[in-house]
Write a protein that binds this ligand. Sequence first.
Ligand SMILES: [Zn+2]
Length: 452
Amino acid sequence: MKLLVILLFSGLITACRGNSSYSLPPKLLLVSFDGFRADYLQNYDFPHLQNFIKEGVLVEHVKNVFITKTFPNHYSIVTGLYEESHGIVANSMYDVITGKHFSDMNYKDPFWWNEAVPIWVTNQLQENRSSAAAMWPGTDIPIRNTTPSYFMNYNSSVSFEERLNNITTWLSNSSPPVTFATLYWEEPDASGHKYGPEDKDNMRRVLKEIDDLIGDLVHKLKMLGLWENLNVIITSDHGMTQCSKDRLINLDLCINRSDYTLIDLTPVAAILPKINKTEVYNKLKNCSSHMNVYLKEDIPARFYYQHNDRIQPVVLVADEGWTIVLNKSSSKLGDHGYDNSLPSMHPFLAAHGPAFHKGYKHNTINNVDIYPMMCHILGLKPHPNNGTFGHTKCLLVDQWCIKLPEAIGIVIGALLVLTILTCLMIITQNRLSAPQPFSRLQLQDDDDPLID
Ligand SMILES: [Zn+2]
């Protein structure tokens, strides 16, 4: 009897294990190729990426946040917050209260990052889950006293292959399991700056290399048996636009350098006045017809770029393709950071995995919408954020949403059904009333209605 119970019990356990893929927590890998402008997808060949999209979803334009720079947008993706709310308001910052400086060489003080909680921290606070990161901005810093369980210190000279090896090892063999992971690569941003996005020959070569890396990523995930159960999002922080040495705005022609401290330069300059700020504003406001000059309190509401001490009292925004300089030429042929309503500043998003539809294309979402979607996939309770989960419902298999072709189909279908029903009713009525005409004539004769 005892033996029978043991056998039954062990059989039950085996049966449960057989179905264990259903009980495993969902996993998500978030990948960023820095500076991947949305329309590169239409203008260049990406055989590997297109295969990935064919079996998954594509969002053609992701509206990112102002200013369209690297650190701020990567932090918006993982927090769902505008820059004024998460506190990473530029790649170069100065905090007037503490006197601290932030730059891409000096970014490791948690002070800058602690105004928000990125998803890798939230994920790790869930029981029996861990996070891993191969160089997403902010992942090598103890934010809210927590780093991902597995991470790499940022070093641009580490190869993509090494980053990929680390992240796939952590996704395969960790306990507690890694359920959220990030992977970051500096291209095509670096080449976009160097050549400019209009240099087709160089960009074609660089973008082919990126596509090959995506091929390597998918191949590796398949080899390790991760492909079927892992959700993978491939996206970017911003696009890129063409610049020129003929489109420069020289601040030195308008204002004396001793009148202000320059915190950030181009294409959005952050100016901390040393003299009266109205005086600084007046000297700059007519400096160039290719630059908007704002007092902090007058920055357009659509930028969501005002309510933070790290935003300086005077902000200059260059027009697309223009570069702000201090009396010197610029070697940059491509740049980003401009108005986030410009299509050239937008990246794309592609996703594949059990959470996503297959072969579905969507026009646009905001990059702050990615955070609530990722929380939903991972079963995490999101922190308060500026994103809208509803914007991403059409991408997800477990959500109901009416897509435009379906809506048109439903309307046409309903009209067809109504037309058929009406026709049937008319035919039926005509048939029923067919033997009546003589009696009606009879009635008319009896009542003589025409003589009334
Ligand atoms: Zn970037």
